[in-house]
Write a protein that binds this ligand. Structure first.
Ligand code: IFM
Length: 456
């Protein structure tokens, strides 16, 4: 990959006038499953089984279910135009009996109307990882029945909200849903099983196709012309000039970045990965590819970092993985997740999508941000590293626009410090600090920087 120099952003007006700025969250990470009538999800059981730091889960999280108005005010006061949030599937269909939970729908109704009343665009994601436990018990994403249930859930949500949304994404980060959760075992359901991973790698895309198809056929959905999917991508750089490391990095790029984008945009899977994963795909997987590759209206890209890939010497697929340096606290080149800060990768992916897959498709940077070691001093959080991160990545977006990519928006991850999955509450990604004991919110320096930037 060629190194791309980023230019410095001076003000908001350097970006096109119709470019939108927003912030993003997800249901399980902020709402609190103990509020309202929310059914169990596989993250509850994964946490109980020790899959998360200190057995932490989303039971209370940021209590957003109760504090949603305060949170929407924080978005509005920052001057952000858009909010990306997700719906908790177990809140809509809490149990296997299959009846819709009115209380759940009513909550999202309030949120959508609350956003519109504040002049904020609602951007909804249907699946951001909280799979109902009763579906997980039947094999979850390894079972194709789950994709049919996802179609029914899509219809219930869109029937209620589909007349007021700015955009809808079917799935958030299918790589995490499939590979991270079924092969690497880091996320619920915590499997390390190549055969399960192969099924999930396909079924999550089938779920996207079914959901999209269902929405396109619904007359009442005015959002019909703004449907997409959110993919996460991570730069995969060989850790040395050794051909084996180069080959391992290529496979990593295929699994992480090309598998999903190739399927959605070209209706095929990348040959270098398919060669190894095909024995594990569901029978007759080819028949689903036309549905999976039906046109979308926009693509969401979640971008955070790059990794250096090393061959593991096993001779077995996937041949290697990231080599991660020792984490050093407060190293300005790395985040508290020990992820490298690498804004050039964002320009790289935005231009790669434009050139390789979808010339002219609107691309939204649907997540970008960092976790840092934030401390409150005299009631203030001076998260200078996050300010620099946001600046350099918004500059990287601007570079991609100058190179011809049709990037239409940028969503900072995240509005609030929240439940960071396997890391529990230790990793703070918010532009607003949350005291998890008191639920007090305190905007960080990055929130103030963003507000000044948006007014500039
Ligand atoms: O917190 C997550 C989010 O749920 C999905 N994208 C990456 C974020 C940071 O890890």
């Amino acid at each position: 990959m060629t190194e791309i120099k980023t230019r410095n952003i001076i003000s908001r007006s350097d970006l096109p006038a119709d470019f939108i700025f927003g912030t993003a969250t997800s249901s399980y990470q902020i709402e609190g499953t103990r509020f309202g009538t929310c059914g169990a999800s596989h993250w509850d059981s994964f946490a109980k089984a020790g899959g998360t730091a200190n057995f932490e889960d989303g039971e209370t999280a940021c209590a957003h279910y109760e504090k949603w108005e305060d949170d929407l005010n924080l978005i509005q006061d920052c001057g952000l135009q858009a909010y990306r949030f997700s719906v908790a599937w177990p809140r809509i269909f809490p149990n296997a009996a299959g009846s819709v939970n009115e209380q759940g729908l009513a909550f999202y109704d309030r949120v959508v109307d609350g956003l519109l009343a504040r002049g904020i665009e609602p951007h909804l994601t249907l699946y951001h990882w909280d799979l109902p436990q009763y579906l997980a018990d039947n094999g979850g994403w390894t079972n194709q029945d789950t994709t049919q249930h996802f179609g029914d859930y899509t219809e219930a949500v869109m029937h209620r909200l589909g007349d007021r949304l700015k955009s809808v994404a079917t799935i958030n980060e299918p790589w995490c849903v499939a590979w991270l959760s079924h092969y690497l075992g880091h996320h619920a359901p915590g499997l390390t099983d190549l055969s399960a991973a192969g099924k999930a790698m396909h079924n999550i895309l089938l779920a996207h196709g079914r959901s999209l198809d269902r929405m396109r056929s619904m007359q009442s959905v005015t959002t019909d012309s703004n449907l997409g999917i959110v993919l996460n991508m991570e730069v995969s750089t060989p850790s040395s000039d050794d051909p084996k490391d180069i080959a391992a990095a290529q496979i990593q790029d295929g699994i992480y970045n090309r598998w999903f984008a190739d399927a959605v945009f070209t209706g095929t899977y990348p040959a270098d990965v398919l060669e190894h994963l095909e024995p594990h795909l569901p029978a007759n997987w080819q028949d689903d590819m036309p549905l999976i590759s039906k046109p979308i209206d926009w693509l969401g890209l979640n971008y955070y970092t790059r990794n250096f890939i090393k061959d593991d010497g096993s001779g077995q697929f996937p041949f290697g993985g990231p080599v991660v340096p020792e984490s050093a606290e407060k190293d300005p080149t790395r985040t508290s997740m020990n992820w490298e800060v690498f804004p050039e990768g964002l320009t790289y992916f935005l231009t790669r999508i434009e050139e390789r897959y979808a010339p002219n498709i609107p691309i939204i940077v649907s997540e970008n941000g960092m976790a840092s070691f934030d401390e409150i001093t005299d009631g203030k959080i001076d998260d200078v590293q996050r300010v620099a991160y946001l600046q350099s990545h918004i500059s990287a977006v601007n570079d991609a626009i100058h190179k011809g990519a049709h990037v239409k928006g940028y969503f900072a991850w995240s509005l609030l410090d929240n439940f960071e999955w396997a890391f529990g509450y230790d990793q703070r990604f918010g532009i607003v600090h949350v005291d998890f004991e008191t639920q007090v919110r305190t905007p960080k320096a990055s929130w103030h920087w963003l507000r000044n930037f948006l007014g500039s």
